[in-house]
Every structure is written in structure tokens, then in C-alpha cells.
Design a protein around this ligand. Structure first.
Ligand code: NAD
Length: 301
């Protein structure tokens, strides 16, 4: 890749998502202070249904991050067996609550409730995760007011590293509505040529080998081998799986890939912290949107 990224967040080929997230949080903290000076104290509600241990950890991390920047948060925990109607009741209450600026439903939901139906109920102005069809449509039409946090976190890392995507070949592996698909749209918007791969893609390795920028979000540990990486490529590993040995691992074989890539995100400590940082930014944005205020000054990659 002819664009050499130079940034404090790229050290010896490792992209430091924790440092990048700290930098973003510093700006969010300032934004929260400005809002508070106007009498607005942003507040986000996290809805968790059932007892998925990973979800509990993720919501805990989000609550903690809110505390760091002065955002108020509420963790609404509903039991396993919660019905669609009960969940709808909680979402509607939060939609109507003047004190709540942003609403997030922690995924995955248990089988007793439909994910799409639940996400579609959130007021699009409070849709901090950006998964409502109105917001996903806004993204395809240009810049949505609220864009999904993980793909926009990857885009922000790319920007903070000074990577110029114009004319570059970006390969995204994984086409979920929450990561791969919105990310492909964002990369195309940044003038990359985008290939979107998924479980039915033939000859995955041949596509990966073409990538100047590679983003992988499949949840298949170690799917991408180091010798598939184009020398000098930048690799963003979104996947995160807790393996039998208790360790968290990504979808890319990190040590092998590091030998060829110009930059790669570790797991943990890469894309994950940026996802949460973007969530904080979106919460501030929701606090303005629900009041019909102008776009916040915070950054949009
Ligand atoms: P998903 O299951 O909804 O989608 C997985 C995608 O990967 C699908 O499009 C599927 O076609 C593709 N895929 C599966 N096996 C494949 C294969 N062998 N070859 C090519 N493509 C294949 O998953 P998701 O919700 O998008 O999450 C993906 C991973 O990212 C998970 O590990 C998840 O935990 C992680 N994740 C991390 C963050 C973060 O903040 N770091 C956020 C969201 C998701």
C-alpha cells in the first residue's frame, strides 16, 4: 500500500485501539461538559434480556465507559423468558422517557424475542447503535445521523492512522447487518474499491490476497492465515471469540499476519475499545437529536 500510516496509535505494526479510544473519549468528555453547561446531561439505557455471560460483560464495559466521560447510564436487565410484548413495553417506555436520550438493546437476544422486531421499535433518534432501518438507510443514502458503532469505529481508526483509502482495494469478510454490510458502504463512501465476502464466497483466500485493507468479522477463530495477507496491508480484526483455554481470539492468525501486515489490530485491544468509544459519541449525538439541536461538533469518520 503506498499510503504509509504514521500515527501514535500504530506501533511496530500493532494498531493500539485502546489508545485511540482514549483519544476519542477525551473529546466526548468535553462534549458532555458543553452539553451539561446547557443543562443537558446525556443518559443512555442498556436493555439486556436473559443471562448470556458475554452480554453481561459487554454491558458492564459500556456502563463503565459512560462513567468515564460523565454520561449517565441505566442497565435494564430482563429475565430469560421475557416475551416480545414485555420487551416492547420496556422499549416504548424508554422511547417516551424524557430523561432517556439513547436506547441500546444488547445482542444477541434469546429466542423468545425477535431481534428485528425489537430493534425496529426503538425511536430512530434514540437508536444509539444505528441498527434501525431508518438509520441504516441514512447510511446508504450518504451520512446517517446515527451509524453503527463497530464499523464506524474501524473507519475512525483508519482515519486516525492517516490511511488514504482512495482507489485502494478493501476486502470485508462477513456481511452481517451490524458490521460487514455497513462497513462495506462506509469504505465505498471513502472511495475504496470494496469486495464483500461471506460464508458462500468461493476462494476466500484469493480475495483476501488482493486486500490493501482487510476487515474480518466472522466469529470464526483463526480463519484468515498469515500467508493470505498482502505484504504491507492493514488488517482490522473485528472477530472476538472466547476459546476453550479462556483466551479471547480474533478471526485472523495474529502472529503470522503481523509478519506481513503494515498494521494489524490485536484482539483484545483493537476494534473493541473503538466500538465503545463510538457508542459514547453516538449517545451525545442522540442527546442533541432528540432535542432537535444541531449536529454536535464531534467527529464523523
Ligand atoms: P454474524 O454471525 O452475524 O455474521 C458472520 C458473518 O461471517 C456472516 O456474514 C457469514 O457469512 C460470515 N462467515 C462465517 N463463516 C465464514 C467463513 N468461513 N468464510 C467467510 N465468511 C464467513 O456475526 P457478527 O455479529 O457480524 O460478528 C462477527 C464477529 O465479530 C464475532 O466474533 C463477534 O463477536 C465480533 N464482533 C465484535 C465487535 C467488537 O466490537 N469488536 C462488535 C460486533 C461483533
Amino acid at each position: 500500500m503506498d499510503t504509509i500510516a504514521s500515527s501514535a496509535i500504530l506501533n511496530d505494526g500493532i494498531i493500539d485501539g485502546r489508545l485511540a479510544a482514549r483519544m476519542v473519549r477525551k473529546d466526548v468528555k468535553q462534549d458532555v461538559l458543553s452539553l451539561r453547561a446547557e443543562g443537558i446531561h446525556p443518559r443512555v439505557a442498556f436493555i439486556r434480556v436473559g443471562d448470556d455471560p458475554a452480554s453481561e460483560v459487554y454491558v458492564g464495559a459500556k456502563v463503565k465507559a459512560c462513567g468515564w466521560v460523565g454520561i449517565r447510564s441505566e442497565h435494564v436487565h430482563l429475565p430469560d423468558g421475557t416475551t416480545q410484548e414485555e420487551l416492547a413495553g420496556v422499549i416504548n417506555e424508554l422511547n417516551d422517557d424524557k430523561e432517556t436520550d439513547a436506547v441500546l438493546i444488547q445482542l444477541p437476544l434469546p429466542d423468545s424475542v425477535g431481534t428485528k422486531a425489537a430493534l425496529n421499535l426503538i425511536n430512530p433518534l434514540k437508536d444509539v447503535d444505528g441498527f434501525h432501518p431508518t438509520n441504516l438507510g441514512g447510511l446508504l443514502a450518504g451520512h446517517g445521523p446515527l451509524e453503527p458503532c463497530t464499523p464506524s469505529g474501524v473507519m475512525r481508526l483508519i482515519e486516525m492512522m492517516g490511511l488514504n483509502l482512495v482507489g485502494k482495494h478493501a476486502v470485508v469478510v462477513g456481511r452481517s447487518v451490524i458490521v460487514g454490510r455497513p462497513l462495506a458502504a462506509m469504505l465505498a463512501r471513502a472511495h475504496a474499491t470494496v469486495t464483500l465476502c461471506h460464508r458462500h464466497t468461493a476462494n476466500l483466500k484469493d480475495h483476501v490476497r488482493q486486500a490493501d485493507v482487510l476487515v474480518v468479522a466472522t466469529g470464526v477463530t483463526g480463519l484468515i492465515r498469515g500467508d493470505w495477507i498482502k505484504p504491507g496491508a492493514y488488517v482490522f480484526d473485528v472477530g472476538i471469540t472466547r476459546c476453550e483455554d479462556g483466551k479471547l481470539r480474533g478471526d485472523v492468525r495474529f502472529d503470522e499476519a503481523l509478519e506481513r501486515a503494515a498494521g494489524i489490530t490485536p484482539v483484545p485491544g483493537g476494534v473493541g475499545p473503538m466500538t465503545i468509544a463510538r457508542l459514547l459519541e453516538n449517545t451525545v449525538r442522540c442527546a442533541r437529536l432528540v432535542r432537535g439541536l444541531q449536529e454536535p461538533s464531534i467527529h464523523r469518520a
